[in-house]
Design a protein around this ligand. Sequence first.
Ligand SMILES: *[C@@H]1O[C@H](CO)[C@@H](O)[C@H](O)[C@H]1NC(C)=O
Ligand SMILES: *[C@@H]1O[C@H](CO)[C@@H](O)[C@H](O)[C@H]1NC(C)=O
Ligand SMILES: *[C@@H]1O[C@H](CO)[C@@H](O)[C@H](O)[C@H]1NC(C)=O
Ligand SMILES: *[C@@H]1O[C@H](CO)[C@@H](O)[C@H](O)[C@H]1NC(C)=O
Ligand SMILES: *[C@@H]1O[C@H](CO)[C@@H](O)[C@H](O)[C@H]1NC(C)=O
Ligand SMILES: *[C@@H]1O[C@H](CO)[C@@H](O)[C@H](O)[C@H]1NC(C)=O
Ligand SMILES: *[C@@H]1O[C@H](CO)[C@@H](O)[C@H](O)[C@H]1NC(C)=O
Ligand SMILES: *[C@@H]1O[C@H](CO)[C@@H](O)[C@H](O)[C@H]1NC(C)=O
Ligand SMILES: *[C@@H]1O[C@H](CO)[C@@H](O)[C@H](O)[C@H]1NC(C)=O
Ligand SMILES: *[C@@H]1O[C@H](CO)[C@@H](O)[C@H](O)[C@H]1NC(C)=O
Ligand SMILES: *[C@@H]1O[C@H](CO)[C@@H](O)[C@H](O)[C@H]1NC(C)=O
Length: 673
Amino acid sequence: MAMYLLLLLTAVSEVEATFRPRQLSPCRVEEMDVYCNNVNLKQIPSELPPGFHKLDLSENLLQNITLELLPFKDSVQQLDLHSNKIQFIQPGLFQHMDNLEVLDISRNFLDVFAQSKTEIGPLPSIKTLDLSGNNLYTGMTVYFLHDAPALRNLSLSGNSITKIEANTFSGSLALSNIDLHNNVVLEIEDGAFESLQNLSELNLSMNSITCITDFNLSQLKLLNLSKNSIESFHTAELDKEYDLLYLDLSENKLLYFPELPKRNRLMYLDLSRNIIQGVITGADENDYISYGWFKATNQPLNRTLLDNGVPFTNLSSLLYLDMSYNEIKSIPVEFFSSMGSLEFLNLSNNCLESFTSSSSSSLNSLATLDLNFNALRNLSFAENTLWALKQLYLKGNNLQILAPDTFTNLHSIQVIDLQENHMSVCGWYPRLSNWGSTVQEADCVSFIGIPTLRYLYLSSNAMRSLPQYAFRQTPLLLLDLSKNPGIEVNSKAFSGLESSLMYLSLNGNNLPALNPDLSLLASLKNLNLSGNLLTGLPPWSKDSPLEVLDLRNNVLISLQYNVVLVLEKTLKTLYLAGNRLSCCSNPRFLHMVQKSVIDIPDIDSVTCQYVKNSEYTEISILRVAQDECDQQDVRSISIIITITTALALTVVLVVLSKYCHQRRLRPEGSYKA
Ligand SMILES: *[C@@H]1O[C@H](CO)[C@@H](O)[C@H](O)[C@H]1NC(C)=O
Ligand SMILES: *[C@@H]1O[C@H](CO)[C@@H](O)[C@H](O)[C@H]1NC(C)=O
Ligand SMILES: *[C@@H]1O[C@H](CO)[C@@H](O)[C@H](O)[C@H]1NC(C)=O
Ligand SMILES: *[C@@H]1O[C@H](CO)[C@@H](O)[C@H](O)[C@H]1NC(C)=O
Ligand SMILES: *[C@@H]1O[C@H](CO)[C@@H](O)[C@H](O)[C@H]1NC(C)=O
Ligand SMILES: *[C@@H]1O[C@H](CO)[C@@H](O)[C@H](O)[C@H]1NC(C)=O
Ligand SMILES: *[C@@H]1O[C@H](CO)[C@@H](O)[C@H](O)[C@H]1NC(C)=O
Ligand SMILES: *[C@@H]1O[C@H](CO)[C@@H](O)[C@H](O)[C@H]1NC(C)=O
Ligand SMILES: *[C@@H]1O[C@H](CO)[C@@H](O)[C@H](O)[C@H]1NC(C)=O
Ligand SMILES: *[C@@H]1O[C@H](CO)[C@@H](O)[C@H](O)[C@H]1NC(C)=O
Ligand SMILES: *[C@@H]1O[C@H](CO)[C@@H](O)[C@H](O)[C@H]1NC(C)=O
């Protein structure tokens, strides 16, 4: 052992010896890259291998960057100096670094350098420059950018810039991406960005801009203005085509729909979390319908509508429109008339009372429509609209009375979320009409015959009943009927779902028993029966593939032997807490809980009751010992024997006494003829 250790030590020191001469600095060399990050360097190491491409000196204690870098001026392409304490850079240092393309000096103290009013010198080849987190304020950037002809990507995020001056970028005309996220920009001088022909992405998110007037940057592809205080967005009235693809105006204070470029290719528009009240704001003097964006500057602009009352802004390229978290009360169908490409529309968390699609709304590419958390009472989808709609979210509205065929007209629908409404579901009665007779079921909506529908959420609808064949010819994969306390589920309610249904939730329904035989659902893998009043499970089909079963918070005493036998075969996870289990009534059940491979995640809080010294005791089911139950069994058997014996004795006695009595009576008895 000691020998072995000694050998090992020798080996280690030999290795060290061979490498020490090369171990010139605390840096790590990987191919052409040198990493000296996070090693408390106060100076740039003097001995670095020649010819490297990347030098990482980040997270050290460097203060002054002077001429130590010059020996590598020809090879270095990428220099990372972020998170040091740099306050001085030798002017002209980068002038001769002909290959330096990426320079990261973020999170330093370059405000100190800028205060000296010294220019950093020409940055002839730098394409990407990160100056974020340097406490730079207005007027300071010019010392870094005055001569950066190759600069494409610039980050100035996390500084304290309040004004973008007209000359800010006059030394860096090749810029294509500018990140000004998280500054305090209040003002942008005319011409600050206009001269940047190749400007494509501009991030002004998290600033203090209050309005955009005469938006004129037709070269931009992405404009991020989220998290400002913008009240209005107004495009210069130009006839030129704008390249803008992404416009993020989320988390502002917009009162009206923005006034967008007339000729645009906009694909993505995020207006969420503003205070837009409607796309119509009322009729103006000319009796036009006046759309919000006409009034962005508070005076009705003289802009004409198309003949049919459609606003001119043609959003025919728009794919994504998010207007969630606004205060929109109504939207006319014409609003969508140009949006033939729209795939995603989010109107959740507004105040809409109705939503209509008609053939003129042309939302025929729409795949996702989110109308969650509005005040919808009325919903109507004309036939032959919303051809592509796959996901429809209607949670948290006031939907109660809809045309029965509201959803059956949606030809591609896969998901319908109707949680937290007041819907009733129609049944199917072979001899009557398609969906229930009006006598039996008034005001229901049908889910019969929707072959594409897979996911249906109907929880918290105060549903009173679920009639028979409610999902006939609609091969649901998931059905959530939870939190409809008191719902009466017809025994044939799930007929038709036998081969498709995999997830069924019936939790929180106060069901005293299961009417439909759920074990006939031959694909059911996940069944949630928590929060009911079940005392047991009915006999379970042995072909059931059930994997997850939630039985929490019922009044179960035990599970029957044959049910346990079936479940043990396929079940992977079982939840049992919050029942009135009896510890000893069923040894097979106890064995399943304690020993089998079924995972019972809440096992630590599963308790059961048993009688000890003629008192009910509740203990953790894990602590029940089989022999205790056996003793109890013995005890109860002996009680039973005693009682049986006593009973038998009584009977014998009674019979005997009767017999004796009769015997006694017979001699004196009368003989009946
Ligand atoms: C950095 O440079 C400043 C000004 O040139 C000088 O005052 C300071 O001593 C230098 N600090 C170090 C650590 O070299
Ligand atoms: C600039 O940033 C964009 C993404 O923001 C990236 O796609 C592009 O490659 C970068 N250009 C350079 C020269 O680093
Ligand atoms: C803009 O980009 C084009 C093509 O990449 C290039 O030819 C032109 O020089 C760039 N403009 C400026 C001002 O750098
Ligand atoms: C738009 O920007 C151009 C420069 O690109 C400028 O000449 C013109 O005056 C601007 N127009 C408006 C309406 O601001
Ligand atoms: C600024 O926005 C651009 C594009 O929107 C994004 O790529 C970038 O990460 C944002 N910057 C920050 C600091 O969030
Ligand atoms: C805009 O910037 C924010 C960061 O503030 C980011 O979360 C968001 O994704 C960006 N938007 C777009 C469209 O890139
Ligand atoms: C609005 O413009 C139309 C045609 O462009 C013109 O005939 C009309 O007089 C203008 N109305 C006002 C109030 O300026
Ligand atoms: C909108 O623009 C598209 C393509 O640019 C065009 O085909 C369509 O006719 C326009 N719609 C209206 C209503 O002007
Ligand atoms: C709609 O927007 C809300 C809030 O911004 C978000 O939570 C929800 O996920 C969005 N809907 C969809 C379908 O993405
Ligand atoms: C639903 O809309 C129709 C016509 O749009 C209207 O007649 C009806 O009163 C509305 N119903 C409710 C409950 O608002
Ligand atoms: C069953 O439903 C309850 C209530 O919604 C939920 O807390 C629980 O996680 C569900 N069980 C399973 C296994 O998903």
